[in-house]
Design a protein around this ligand. Structure first.
Ligand SMILES: Nc1ncnc2c1ncn2[C@@H]1O[C@H](COP(=O)(O)OP(=O)(O)OP(=O)(O)O)[C@@H](O)[C@H]1O
Ligand SMILES: [Mg+2]
Length: 246
């Protein structure tokens, strides 16, 4: 397992947002986290990546206990996340958006020339299909391209494990396909991916295994097909759109 969460509890006052959740992610798989609104998915991401300290439980990344470590320390050892509401530097050019995390990662640690950094940024833009936007301001990009720019910025930190919070949220079907293609390529490049996603077409299209959260609790885990047939999962989603292929 590249990542293990053991008995994680995170409370906000009286609300138990993450309620004794344990799971493991295998190296080089795409692991999905689904669940209705408010189920605790983003909170769990925030605990894993060090933005919140859990009241209980442990997070083990590559055999190292990272519970309570700071987000930048966690990113430095290879665990990077994106945000549900994407936050590129809107007033900056697309290329510069990717250069910043490259300099943060390489500039300080090993030293990198400007030319090397630009080449690396261009490679990453090519990888996510944004070469044609290199010199555009980030604010001019449509939502689907902003989501891919966010993934590009995360890749610039050279993660071993990439955690994506609703990378297809609010996108058109075509934009979703483009994001799915990027996720597949990321995984083929040897990076493990955890993805929070609502859309079952996206989930079944990219995830080997998924875990379902409801009111902070894990209620199911398995292949997308198994989970979609699980009675408790279907109950949790009553009133919401939830069907494989939809
Ligand atoms: N900083 C916070 N302070 C207080 N309550 C919070 C905080 N963050 C989240 N919550 C609450 O914790 C619960 C879980 O929220 P979370 O954002 O993790 O859900 P989610 O599964 O990501 O939902 P969505 O699908 O809408 O993104 C919700 O009831 C939410 O209101
Ligand atoms: Mg969320």
């Amino acid at each position: 397992m590249i990542l293990e969460a053991q008995g994680v509890i995170k409370r906000f006052g009286g609300l138990v947002a993450v309620d004794d959740v344990s799971f493991g992610v295998r190296e080089r798989e795409v692991f999905g986290i689904i669940g209705p609104n408010g189920a605790g998915k983003t909170t769990l991401f925030n605990v894993i990546t060090g933005f919140y300290k859990p009241e209980k439980g442990r997070i083990i990344f590559q055999g190292v206990d990272i519970t309570g470590k700071k987000p930048n320390e966690i990113a430095r050892i290879g665990l990077t996340r994106t945000w549900q509401i994407v936050k590129p530097f809107l007033g900056m050019k697309v290329l510069d958006n990717v250069l910043v995390p490259i300099y943060v990662k390489r500039g300080i640690l090993r030293g990198i020339s400007e030319r090397e950094a630009i080449e690396r940024a261009e490679e990453i833009l090519e990888f996510v299909g944004l070469s044609h936007r290199r010199d555009f301001l980030a604010e001019t990009l449509p939502q689907g391209e902003r989501k891919r720019l966010e993934i590009a910025r995360a890749l610039a930190t050279e993660p071993k494990l990439l955690m994506l919070d609703e990378p297809a949220g609010g996108l058109t079907p075509t934009e979703m396909d483009e994001v799915m293609e990027v996720v597949r390529k990321v995984r083929e490049s040897g990076v493990t991916v955890i993805v929070i996603e609502h859309n079952m077409r996206v989930v079944t299209g990219i995830c080997e295994r998924i875990m379902v959260l409801n009111f902070g609790k894990k209620i199911a885990e398995g292949t997308p097909e198994d989970v979609a047939r699980n009675e408790e999962v279907i109950k949790a989603y009553l009133g919401e759109r939830f069907h494989v292929g939809g």
